[in-house]
Design a protein around this ligand. Structure first.
Ligand code: DOR
Ligand code: ZN
Length: 485
């Protein structure tokens, strides 16, 4: 048998449907054998993973690495180091940089910045009124997907008009390309915020009051209507509210190709934490009341929410700690803390480790056309692996984050379950909990391995039959029932 680069032995390999004790052989960055240790080829290096779990590296669909434009908040090098240390092997990076990723020129600047990445990456291009005519050339130049800031947030990129969004979806639907949507209603939020400010509200909860759940309900409803009409693939970013879940459940039932992410902060934090932490926890959509937490978990388990992302959105401590809530920048770093936070919940029995890899790796890989190469530990896949100690306990400390932004609402949180070693395409980028500095620049774009499946043909007829369709087995009524006069 030909000698391979590395065999990892003694660990338990986790996939969405099983956990098996198996050795993993890696050559040229790919998994070439998986199974009983006796069957492994000779290897230049062996790594003992006794007592540890091998998870497919997490794929974070939503990070802001701020580069170009805001290197004092984050760079590709620091952000991707944080990812690697958090067991994340692929990130998808957001276009609200400066310049925004809405022209090929801006994309080239970002691609150069990304050359320092420790982990693999996709780049979301900007879908806005003035980029509609450039979508194809942006795809050609390397974006994997698009992002529409339907809700206003950091960077103040204008929300696309409904007309532009429809046109964008019409263009992207036949290409099978998925668009991430920040789904909040900008005009409701702008008016509410002005009223709050006029009333002298500067407290943390005023932020939530300016962005009530109806902003998310309305925007998701609108986006789903446009997606269903056009057949475009969409992805709802940072889903935060229980009240819009019914729209997603219903759209999925009708066959709309919508994927949904939520983030640890929406599952685990609520207004009590907002009062305690103030601007540190200001983000968009806002942290909501406690009654949203459990329904979001339930929706993950049910499959209405597909995946965990982080909305890693770093700012400096000074930008996060101003007395007036409206002056605190929105967001905080999250890519490094997602895995220990979620593994802690798995340890508490809130879901299984198999559920977790479905949410952290398999489903994101499927959404972005990477499954098979990424998101799974299997022969032929990239050897993107997080080696995890489920028993390791610790306390999250913002000072130890690899992000430039050393301020986190998770500071001081007790966790159980840590990624100790991270491999990206067979190379250790983190070993024994320590970043392998020389691996900066190892990350590369996933564009080459991205294969979006062909889109289902859609037209007005299928849209109408979907709208008229009724739940399982009950044929739609031909004539609408009228109330007796
Ligand atoms: O809080 C947020 N911050 N939400 C977003 O959607 C964007 C992000 C940022 O870029 O800072
Ligand atoms: Zn974001």
């Amino acid at each position: 048998m030909k000698e391979v680069d590395l065999v990892i032995r003694g660990g338990k390999v986790v996939s969405p449907d099983r956990i098996v004790e198996a050795s993993v052989a890696i050559a040229a960055g790919e998994i070439v054998a998986l199974g009983h240790d006796d069957l492994m080829p000779p290897a230049r290096e062996t790594f003992q993973a006794d007592g540890l779990y091998l998870l497919p590296g997490a794929i974070d669909s939503h990070v802001h690495f701020r580069d170009p434009g805001y290197p004092h908040k984050e760079t590709w090098k620091s952000g991707s180091a944080a990812a690697a240390c958090g067991g994340v092997t692929t990130v998808f990076e957001m276009p609200n940089t400066n310049p925004p990723t809405g022209t090929v020129e801006a994309l080239r600047i970002k691609q150069r910045a990304a050359e320092s990445s420790y982990v693999d990456y996709g780049i979301h291009g900007l879908l806005g009124d003035d980029t509609i005519d450039r979508l194809e050339e942006l795809l050609e130049a390397g974006v994997t997907s698009f992002k529409a800031f339907v809700g206003n947030t950091f960077g103040n990129l204008p929300a696309p008009t409904d007309g532009a969004l429809l046109e964008g979806f019409e263009k992207l639907a036949p290409l099978g390309i998925r668009t991430v949507v920040h789904a909040e209603n900008s005009s409701i939020m702008a008016r509410r915020q002005l009223r709050m400010e006029a009333a002298g509200r500067i407290d943390a909860l005023a932020h939530l009051a300016s962005r009530p759940a109806v902003c998310e309900i309305e925007a998701i409803g609108r986006v789903l209507a446009l997606a269903e009409w056009t057949g475009a693939r969409v992805h709802i970013a940072h889903h935060s509210s229980r009240d819009s879940l019914f729209l997603l459940r219903e759209a999925k039932r009708r066959g709309v190709d919508v994927t949904v992410e939520t983030c640890p902060q929406y599952l685990l934090l609520n207004t009590g934490d907002m009062t305690r932490l103030g601007g540190i926890l200001r983000l968009n959509p806002p942290i909501r009341e406690a009654h949203h937490n459990q329904p979001l978990w339930d929706a993950l388990v049910e499959g209405v929410i597909d995946m965990i992302a982080t909305d890693h959105a770093p700012h400096t401590p000074e930008e996060k700690s101003r007395a007036n809530i409206w002056e605190c920048d929105c967001g905080f770093p999250g890519v490094e803390t997602q895995m220990p936070l979620m593994l802690t919940e798995i340890n508490r029995g809130r879901a299984s480790l198999m559920d977790y890899v479905r949410w952290s790796a398999a489903n994101p890989a499927k959404a972005w056309g990477l499954y098979g190469k990424k998101g799974v530990i299997a022969v032929g896949a990239h050897a993107d692996i997080a080696i995890v100690d489920l028993e390791r306990e610790g306390v999250l400390s913002e000072g130890k984050l690899h992000s430039i932004s050393k301020i986190s609402p998770w500071n001081g949180r007790v966790v159980k379950g840590y990624p100790l070693h991270t491999l990206v395409r067979g190379r250790f980028v983190v070993r024994d909990g320590r970043l392998v500095e020389e691996a900066a620049g190892w990350g590369r774009s996933v564009k080459d391995v991205q294969r979006m499946p062909d889109p289902a043909p859609r037209n007005m007829e299928t849209y109408m039959s979907n709208i008229l369709a009724t739940p399982a087995g009950v044929p739609p009524t031909a004539t609408p029932r009228r109330e007796a006069a």
